[in-house]
Design a protein around this ligand. Sequence first.
Ligand SMILES: [Zn+2]
Length: 231
Amino acid sequence: MTNSYNKIITKARELLVSQDDSAFKTFKLDLTKLNYSGKNVLFDTFQNYAKITGTKAITKKQNPDGCTIVVRELNHDTNYVILTHEILPMARIHRSNARNVSQKIDIAKRRLKWTLAHEIGHMCLGHTKDNPAEEREANAFASELLMPELVLLELNRQLPQKLTIYELVRIFGVSQSAAENRLTQLQRKTEFSPALKEPLMAKYNKLVLEYVDKAKQERVPQRWLYQPRRD
Ligand SMILES: [Zn+2]
């Protein structure tokens, strides 16, 4: 079954709206700590999972991003195990110089965030087929989960200058390409479904106001100076 774009966005919004207010301390939500409405979700690395189950770890070559394992138990409980790679193998950290390491970790963290959001998308949308259509849907879900459209529109409306790619990277902790895609999508968008607007903005209003306030006070807008490292 293919979900329509609106249905996907609604699912992502519903997930955000169902979170406790305390989840919204910054725009960068900790996806591993969200409440998945009764679903039992475990986050781990391929490496650790292999260790626990006594199997061979999936390499980055076999699967560069992540995967979700659905474990159905005898009592009909469903558990989800979302696996990703370790941020950086220690061997590579030792070989690089210090500046390089922090840069690489930064980029890897942003990528990891996207992978988690994408896998959560597969889970929330009930995907089972692992086909290109489901991949696109999981990406649309991830985009909305990490950078909610209404929040971006609201920031754009209130800020003295429109949001930039670099700002999205900094505010939401996403990769440069994810931010770039999101802004391009937004420019094409002329209207949006107002469903769930109020409950969603109730979660984000404080963060939006704080950010806009700070941006307006800056004499040299820091938000224009920041250049993220290339992914
Ligand atoms: Zn996928």
